[in-house]
Design a binder for this molecule. Structure first.
Ligand SMILES: Nc1nc2c(ncn2[C@@H]2O[C@H](COP(=O)(O)OP(=O)(O)OP(=O)(O)O)[C@@H](O)[C@H]2O)c(=O)[nH]1
Ligand SMILES: [Mg+2]
Length: 227
């Protein structure tokens, strides 16, 4: 197993170096930490490189999904770890996620709902929206996950290369999950701890991105045929 940690980052200069160092310290069989700097206007790339990451710079901001797709294409490893660059996910949880990637398992989700939200880690609106979208996902795909939107994951790279992934923003998480399920791959969840954002601003727009995620689910489900 060769593991690439892929971090999508947009204006995360204050936190990216700490996250990169944490990933380098905690990731078993690590090949690289790959940061996709998505048109940041702060020092995100410089900080990431200084901490030992390989950095891909996109010329203009294209969204988290577009950045992760680029990371999936460019990564060296056969196994990918995704987590947030803003310090909300704890790299110390990475070994437990990687360990859960047993034969037959293609995706390990770091579930915030099986784990812990520290105070301030999620707004009431985003918690309610996430529950709603998770329920919709389980109904549409006859799945039983607790956190279909979690960005903290370990996934094998091969199934993602076999299917076209089109998401440009926060719809990337459900598209990856649906793609793995569609190919018959095993999915497991392990609990993680989610911290509040310490610096900078979220790019997430609750209603606009929530609608986009719901549309992405519906489109993916329709592609798979009748219910
Ligand atoms: N490459 C890239 N990364 C992004 C973009 N928007 C967000 N990200 C990254 O995606 C991760 C999650 O984004 P956030 O905006 O923090 O979303 P969130 O954690 O779901 O929302 P909050 O809890 O409000 O912070 C962070 O690492 C961001 O830097 C983007 O446009 N491009
Ligand atoms: Mg965040």
């Amino acid at each position: 197993m060769r593991v690439s940690v892929v971090l999508a980052a947009h204006n995360e200069a204050a936190t990216i170096a700490g996250v990169v160092r944490g990933c380098r310290l905690h990731t078993p069989s690590i090949a690289e930490v790959l940061v996709v700097d998505d048109g940041s206007s702060d020092g995100t790339s410089r900080e990431a490189e200084g901490a030992g990451a390989r950095v891909l710079r996109l010329a203009f901001n294209q969204g988290k999904g577009a950045a992760l797709r680029r990371g999936i294409e460019e990564a060296e490893g056969d196994t990918l770890v995704f987590l947030d660059a803003d310090g909300q996910d704890d790299p110390a949880d990475i070994p437990r996620l990687v360990e859960a990637l047993r034969p037959g398992v293609e995706l390990v989700i770091g579930s915030r709902f099986l784990g812990t939200f520290e105070p301030g880690a999620i707004t009431a609106l985003n918690r309610a929206g996430t529950h709603f979208l998770n329920g919709a996902f389980n109904l549409l795909f006859r799945a039983q996950v607790t956190d279909c939107l979690a960005g903290f994951r370990v996934v094998r790279r091969a199934p993602l290369l076999r299917a076209p992934i089109r998401a440009r923003r926060y719809d990337i998480e459900v598209e990856i999950l649906a793609t793995v399920l569609q190919q018959g791959g095993g999915v497991v969840e392990v609990p993680v701890r989610r911290k509040p954002r310490q610096h900078g601003e979220s790019d997430l727009h609750s209603f606009r991105d929530g609608s986009r995620i719901l549309l992405a689910m519906a489109r993916k489900r329709l592609e798979q045929g009748t219910l």
